[in-house]
Design a protein around this ligand. Structure first.
Ligand code: SF4
Length: 188
């Protein structure tokens, strides 16, 4: 019969390794299992539908397809569109009801900074009400930009990074075509 040996580990070495690996595992699991709560108020909603359509497949392949219409079951708040002063307390309440850890994505220029609605009825950016993790500018943003924003958020979740991030504008390939056509017209 074999002898049983008690193996003791140095706590200072083992706990650091185990904690790091556990954090990495949790970050990986969280970034691929996001449950979204869409707070859609305005025209950016059309592009939100486009994002989730089969053409762009902008949420399912990132593990963020399933919507939750109770904030208590959601961990990713999508703020899509303009937020009026009257909607502000509602948005704040929804955010407070969400479970931890939770993240917020500002979809479009209006949600990011109020857009061109520079008036007393509009909130000049959702970060005046709730913390925001990723801003996706654009009026509305292209689905590719939102996908960039979602990937940026996934990266932050995996690293445990809570600093806000902004999606940089991409070069629109269609814009080059328009410029070319205009320059041809001007020659005539
Ligand atoms: S950013 Fe543009 S498209 Fe989006 S809600 Fe504002 S006005 Fe509408």
């Amino acid at each position: 019969m074999g002898e049983l040996k008690q193996v003791t580990l140095d706590a200072s070495e083992s706990s650091g390794f185990a904690t790091t690996k556990l954090d990495a595992l949790l970050g990986w699991a969280r970034k691929w299992s996001l449950f979204k709560y869409p707070f859609v108020t305005a025209c950016c909603g059309m592009e939100f539908m486009s994002l989730t359509s089969p053409r762009f497949d902008g949420t399912a392949r990132f593990g963020a397809e399933a919507p939750r219409f109770s904030p208590r079951q959601a961990d990713l708040l999508w703020v899509v569109g303009t937020i009026s002063q009257r909607q502000a307390p509602v948005l704040r309440r929804i955010y407070e009801q969400m479970m931890e850890p939770k993240w917020v994505l500002a979809f479009g220029t209006c949600a990011s900074c109020g857009g061109f609605y520079d008036n007393y009825t509009t909130v000049p950016g959702i970060d005046k009400i709730i913390p925001c993790d990723v801003y996706v500018p654009g009026c509305p943003p292209r689905p590719e930009a939102v996908i960039d924003g979602l990937m940026l958020l996934q990266d932050k979740i995996a690293r445990g990074d809570k600093t806000p991030g902004v999606v940089k504008p991409r070069e629109d390939p269609a814009a080059g075509v328009v410029t070319l056509r205009r320059s041809k017209d001007s020659v005539r």
